[in-house]
Design a protein around this ligand. Structure first.
Ligand code: CA
Length: 235
């Protein structure tokens, strides 16, 4: 099996080496960059399987790198784990809004970082497999894109087309935070003319129709929504 390639973007040499060393020890293929420009060049030279991205970088900062990786179709689905220092929590939330998958706060235990990286790579692998077979599972919930059917414990749930697409998008990206606009764009496309752009209404209906399972769709105050990384509250 091909070794996952990880791009580590960190400007502090000691920290970069610590992260590189520990990921390489887990048999990941690690490449490093000390600034945003190098990171973007490296990411496009060979698409990595995951990016560990420091928030504060000289030149193009981590948020901008994150945004550019997300808006480029070649790198839009590469998982990103951000590194943030104390006091940068607001930026971390913005990072999640820009499409980062997770963040780890400095100073961090290197074991924790390695564990997060492995978890994100596994989730990305499951997502690829699910997209390939058109049927996605999230606990007892199944989303069948061929039949356009959603079931909870085998019981069919009637959804509108918008609700279906919304749920499918969330199930394909568990644990990832989305802004309301990102959800609408993912579901309807950025150019779609929609009178009701009120995603809150769709989410509220979706939660109600899913019953106890609906509480897995979490509200992130001031940001948007995410599906719990692992399902809870299923009955
Ligand atoms: Ca830094």
């Amino acid at each position: 099996m091909k070794r996952p390639r990880i791009l580590v973007v960190e400007d502090e040499p000691d920290l970069q080496e610590l992260v590189r060393h520990n990921l390489a020890r887990e048999r990941y293929d690690v490449v490093t960059a000390g600034d945003g420009e190098t990171a973007l060049r490296e990411a496009h030279r060979r698409i990595p399987d995951l990016v560990v991205l420091d928030l504060m970088l000289p030149g193009i900062d981590g948020l901008e790198v994150c945004r550019r990786l997300r808006t480029d179709p070649r790198t839009s689905s590469v998982p990103i784990v951000m590194l943030t220092a104390k006091g940068e929590e607001t930026d971390a939330v913005i990072g999640l809004a820009q499409g980062a998958d997770d963040y780890v706060r400095k100073p961090f235990g290197v074991k924790e970082l390695v564990a997060r990286v492995s978890a994100r790579l596994r989730a990305a692998e499951v997502r690829r497999t699910d997209e390939g077979r058109k049927v996605s599972h999230y606990g007892d919930l199944t989303v069948d894109s061929l039949k356009h059917e959603v079931t909870v414990k085998g019981r069919a749930v009637e959804l509108t087309v918008t609700e279906f697409k919304l749920l499918r998008h969330l199930v394909l990206n568990p644990g990832r935070a989305f802004t309301r606009n990102e959800l609408l764009d993912a579901v309807l496309g950025p150019d779609a003319f929609v009178i009701d752009r009120n995603v809150d209404v769709h989410v509220a209906t979706l939660r109600r129709k899913l019953g106890p399972f609906g509480k897995n769709i979490q509200t992130i105050r001031g940001l948007g929504y995410k599906l719990r990384e692992a399902p809870a509250g299923a009955v």
